[in-house]
Design a protein around this ligand. Structure first.
Ligand SMILES: [Zn+2]
Length: 232
């Protein structure tokens, strides 16, 4: 706390530390450290054969210490399989799609966003390629949850706000998605190099933090959404 009773912010604390010869770390540093150093995910279901219209996948379920809902993974080509109680490491780059849950798009085929199309396109590509993984992160509506995502839709449709403005109006950051846990899941699957299936190249994903030996992006070829105002 500052002398005048206000909350000391980082610049205040940096001055305080410099004056007293103290070291400082931020909450963000602690989060980064824990994602990097501690295993926060646990595999709770392994390799269920899942035949779908787009191909047959192995389904894995992961629980995370920091998320309320379990995350799902669909793989092909034996990615994530265990032999003698150990996960087999993949020496070659593996095609990986990180998909954030979007109930309206994924299940109902909503055209307010292109999530449904991207998911099926990714499943088709991972099935076709013969070795890959789709990590289905349960972070609905850019991390704000289903109800708030639908509230944001309402604001967009009735007040003409865009996704970012609607999320800000609801009191959220524009994008709360966090892929650190997803990166831990990929590591647990034995994947050491990724070919990322993505529509956006520049994301603040923690690949360097996770000590990936290499990674590259390859665009997913989903058609553009009919409207651009939807939350994902
Ligand atoms: Zn969506």
């Amino acid at each position: 706390m500052n002398d005048d009773g206000t909350m000391a912010r980082v610049p205040d604390l940096e001055r305080f530390c410099a004056r007293h010869g103290l070291l400082m770390c931020t909450v963000a540093d602690i989060i980064r450290y824990r994602i990097q150093e501690e295993k926060l995910v646990e595999r709770v279901v392994s390799g269920v054969a899942l035949p779908t219209e787009l191909g047959t996948f192995d389904l894995f379920v992961y629980r995370s210490l920091v998320d309320p809902h379990p995350h799902l993974v669909l793989t092909t080509g034996g990615v994530g399989r265990e032999e003698d109680g150990r996960v087999v490491e993949e020496p070659e780059p593996v095609l990986v799609r990180m998909h954030s849950e979007c109930l309206t798009g994924d299940v109902f085929g909503s055209l307010l966003c292109d999530c449904g199309g991207q998911l099926s396109m990714s499943m088709a590509m991972v099935a076709q390629t013969g070795k890959g993984a789709i990590v289905y992160m349960r972070q609905e509506g850019r991390g704000i949850g289903l109800v708030n995502k639908l509230r944001a839709y309402h604001l967009q449709q009735n007040e003409g706000l865009d996704t970012v403005e609607a999320n800000l109006r609801l009191g959220f950051e524009p994008d709360l998605r966090d892929y650190g846990i997803g990166a831990q899941i990929i590591r647990d699957l034995g994947v050491r190099k990724v070919r990322l299936l993505t529509t956006t190249r520049a994301r603040s994903w923690p690949w360097p933090v996770m000590a990936w030996r290499s990674s590259s992006a390859c665009p997913s070829r989903s058609p553009p959404p009919p409207t651009t105002s939807g939350t994902s």
